[in-house]
Design a protein around this ligand. Structure first.
Ligand code: GCU
Length: 333
């Protein structure tokens, strides 16, 4: 799917990793599952996934080992999605905004205001009656199976100058994830969107290519974005979602017993994540405040008025409409 210098380097480093596998109990070399992540080792997804790896190895008697590669070392999300599809790596954590580009039905969960809270989101995205077809929809052409997700929590704006109203965003270049919904969202909120991969955002804000970005407190803190955009404003524009995506053949190659173990341990992992997330959010606010960041609560009504019609305008077919309706029916308030 993709051939770039970064991927070539990633593939070369994977080959090197493959040779270091320790034999499993019983002498067989373990199957190594390689997982790409764009977060630092301090992010709760890294913490949760390394725990998943340890439990998977123990529960399969060492037949499986999970190697988590953090910090975009295997590439940005668009690249690692291609590597997972091609079976060069086995697993990746991918923001919903990237899946929207290969099946637009995923956009329903990326829309502003579709989820009221993390609790609402978790109820919907782990309900096979709602998401079963969607999660299997990439298996045919893309060889990708969606296994479920980690919340990204509430996403908010952060900038060099304080923001109170849509008018304050005029002319402000705000980084967005590479997706049509995100582009339209920032335009609707009053700013000028610039799509860019996650790992490039710090430098772009530092050099003035960007005036700000939008993300949760955990990414704001772990990526040190507060150093270059000290005003974090609670616009509460959406509750984001990351998916664990697997190469479908990797999963098919597992024995039914190992697959059941894998699924059981993954379920524990995403359940545990919600608790890790709450604590990480509190720590991020505390940590960034200690470094001089300012967190601003604002009246979100002027943003709400603009964002509410946006969601519905994006629903392009009956599948999307149905996903949206079922999601809203499951709302917690
Ligand atoms: C969050 C999310 C990532 C995503 C990032 C981004 O950190 O967890 O998956 O890539 O936002 O804004 O790009």
């Amino acid at each position: 799917l993709i051939t770039s210098a970064a991927c070539a380097a990633a593939i070369a480093s994977l080959a090197a990793c493959g040779t270091s596998a320790a034999p499993a109990i019983g002498g067989e070399a373990p199957v190594i599952l390689r997982l790409a992540l764009n977060q630092t080792e301090k992010h709760p997804s890294y913490v949760a996934l390394t725990g998943f790896g340890i439990r998977l190895q123990q529960a399969t008697g060492g037949r499986y080992r999970l190697d988590v590669f953090p910090n975009e070392v295997l590439g940005a999300q668009q690249e690692v999605l291609g590597l997972t599809s091609d079976g060069i790596i086995d697993l990746a954590v991918i923001s919903g905004t990237q899946l929207e580009n290969i099946n637009p039905d995923f956009r329903v969960f990326n829309l502003p205001r579709v989820f009221d809270s993390v609790e609402h989101q978790m109820k919907v995205i782990n309900d096979p009656a709602v998401v079963g077809d969607l999660y299997r929809s990439l298996e045919g052409d893309q060889h990708l199976t969606v296994l479920g997700g980690f919340t990204q929590g509430e996403r908010n704006l952060y900038t060099k100058k304080p923001i109170n109203t849509p008018a304050d965003l005029a002319g402000q270049k705000i980084r967005v994830q590479e997706s049509p919904v995100m582009l339209r969202m920032i335009t609707t909120m009053g700013g000028s969107p610039t799509p860019m991969s996650y790992g490039e955002v710090y430098t772009a804000m530092q050099s003035g290519v960007l005036d700000g970005a939008e993300n949760n407190e955990v990414s704001y803190f772990t990526q040190k974005h507060y150093e270059v955009a000290p005003h974090y404003t609670y616009t509460k524009h959406l509750v984001g979602l990351d998916y664990l995506v697997a190469n479908s053949e990797t999963l098919q190659k597992m024995s039914p017993e190992d697959r059941a173990t894998f699924d059981r341990e993954w379920t524990k992992t995403y359940e545990e994540f919600v608790t890790l997330w709450d604590k990480a959010t509190k720590d991020a606010i505390e940590g960034a405040t200690a470094e001089g960041a300012q967190f601003h609560q604002i009246d979100t009504a002027p943003f709400d008025e603009r964002l509410e019609p946006l969601a519905r305008s994006f629903l392009a077919n009956p599948t999307q409409q149905q996903l949206y309706d079922r999601t809203r029916q499951a709302a917690t308030r």
